[in-house]
Design a protein around this ligand. Structure first.
Ligand code: BES
Ligand code: ZN
Ligand code: ZN
Length: 487
């Protein structure tokens, strides 16, 4: 699919989309396409079309100089229209496109909308995502061939649309990686992806295989993976984008559980089916690295990914096991389904070697976060309120939301073990504040580093997509982190 930029509406196949604010009912802006003016004014007068947000009305045009079909879409009131509305509007348009299947789409930007080109294009492209490579095709699948963006400030529209396309490349990369099942995506697959990204962007790459992990003492990652015949991997990528090489990096730690059966604390039917999503944290980190350089992000960033399977077999780890982590701290395994925190413990310990200015963990860590915050907000938990609110603010700006959850010392107490340095789950009041207690476990390994954890357990994968999302993987966290790194 191509995006072209034009100053005037031309006669392309397909649809001409004209977004209109409610205020245009009183007075049309000078840049409003003449061809749509009569249609709009008559329908508005008749109250057939009120230009409320997302409302549409369509007609055919018989002018050979214009696209065949004209669609007006309402933007609501000017002062209510924000960046996030532009993204959702793009999503709504995308959903219409998927039904109407035009060859091309021409969008007539009015000046007030031009400044939201990036968000609009992001929403539009995001909603057009499909994951159907495994379906036998009866016919050639539909694809929108060209988008023509018609605007006054060509340069700004072009720059914004190109940025959006790069971000979408990152987002769709994450969605594919998360949607692909674990019989196809194993730890070595993630490592191979990291190799590809490192080669393309000239990042430094380190991969530890089982032998090296054993030698180094990644006891947490190894214990969780024990039940699978395949090897785990630790994957480290380093990007130096800061003006000074010496600037301390931001370390991003991603959970990469390729499939979470729950282990001997087996997940029941209804909970287990989508557990190939349990590597979404690591997919977001890889997705970010796939676009950091292209976007010329002026930061030093390190990725640490812990990739493992959580399975049942005669070799698998069990409740009551005591394991020694890379940090030297021992963990009493009280529940094999709280495996993410165990692999993250080692990845955090390794990440600390880079002396980060900020350490951020991103993981489908708990189901409890969905109980607390539903499927729109990720949980933000950490030891630094500044970092936490910066991340929340970044998320708000790009409609990739996060909301703070507490890290009280009582929660840390609940993770104390009588026989080891820490236990991986609370027993007794185990269902209370599950996300905070998961983070309390991580906090023990983080120590004094400035840290925030992003729990995407409720948002990485969806059955209830927003306008610009599709069912399945969402790439939640990518835009939040990208905006944070841009600051
Ligand atoms: N991967 C799951 C969390 C999860 C659940 C992510 C649903 C996405 C959707 C995690 O490893 C897990 O099983 N956590 C347990 C922790 C419990 C045993 C303390 C949970 O949340 O139930
Ligand atoms: Zn689990
Ligand atoms: Zn898990």
């Amino acid at each position: 699919m191509k995006i072209n930029f034009e100053q005037k509406i031309k006669s392309h196949a397909g649809i001409l989309l004209v977004p209109v604010f409610e205020e245009y009912g009183k007075k049309l802006p000078s840049a409003f396409p003449i061809s749509a003016a009569d249609f709009f004014q008559v329908r508005f007068k008749n109250k057939e079309f009120k230009a409320t947000f997302g409302e549409t009305i369509a007609t055919y045009q018989f002018d050979k100089n214009l696209p065949e079909k004209l669609v007006l879409i309402g933007l609501g009131k000017k002062d209510k229209f924000l960046a996030r509305h532009a993204r959702r509007l793009g999503g709504k348009v995308g959903r219409h496109i998927k039904c109407l299947k035009p060859k091309a789409l021409t969008v007539a930007f009015v000046p007030e909308l031009e400044k939201f080109t990036e968000e609009f294009v992001e929403g539009l492209l995001m909603s057009l995502y499909t994951f159907d490579t495994f379906k036998k095709k009866k016919e050639k699948p539909y694809q929108l061939e060209t988008i023509y963006l018609v605007g006054q400030n060509q340069k700004s529209v072009r720059i914004q649309a190109q940025k959006a396309q790069t971000v979408i490349d990152g987002i769709n990369y994450v969605r594919d990686l998360v949607n692909l099942p674990s019989n196809l995506v194993d730890a070595e697959y993630l490592a191979a992806e990291a190799r590809k990204i490192a080669r393309e962007n000239k990042y430094k790459l380190t991969i530890f295989d089982k032998k090296k992990l054993t030698k180094m003492g990644w006891g947490g990652l190894l214990a969780v993976n024990q039940g699978h015949h395949k090897e785990p991997r630790a994957i480290i990528l380093e990007y130096n984008g800061a003006l000074s090489k010496k600037e301390k990096p931001i370390v991003l730690v991603g959970k990469g559980i390729l499939f979470d059966t729950g282990g001997y604390n087996l997940k029941p039917t209804g909970s287990i089916e989508t557990m190939h999503q349990d590597m979404a944290g690591s997919a977001v980190v890889l997705g970010l690295f796939s676009i950091l350089k292209k976007l010329n992000i002026r930061r030093n960033v390190v990725a640490v990914i812990a990739a493992a399977e959580n399975m049942i077999s005669s070799r698998a780890y069990k409740p009551s096991d005591i394991i020694k982590t890379l940090s030297g701290l021992t963990v009493e395994v009280t529940n094999t389904d709280a495996e993410g925190r165990i692999v993250l413990a080692d990845a955090i310990t390794y990440g600390k070697k880079f002396k980060p200015q900020a350490l951020i963990t991103i993981a489908t860590l708990t189901g409890a976060v969905a109980i607390a915050l539903g499927n729109r907000y990720a949980g933000l938990i950490g030891n630094d309120s500044g970092l936490r609110s910066t991340l929340a603010g970044s998320g708000r700006e790009v409609d990739d939301l996060g909301w703070p959850l507490p890290l009280h010392s009582d929660f840390k107490k609940k993770m104390e073990s009588e026989i080891a340095d820490i236990r991986n789950t609370d027993i007794g009041t185990s269902r209370y504040a599950g996300s905070s207690k998961g983070a309390a476990f991580l906090a023990k390994f983080v120590g004094k580093e400035k840290w925030c954890h992003i729990d995407i357990g409720g948002t990485a994968y969806t059955d209830d997509p927003k306008e610009y999302e599709t069912k399945g993987a969402t790439a939640h966290g990518l835009r939040m982190l990208l905006r944070y790194l841009e600051k």
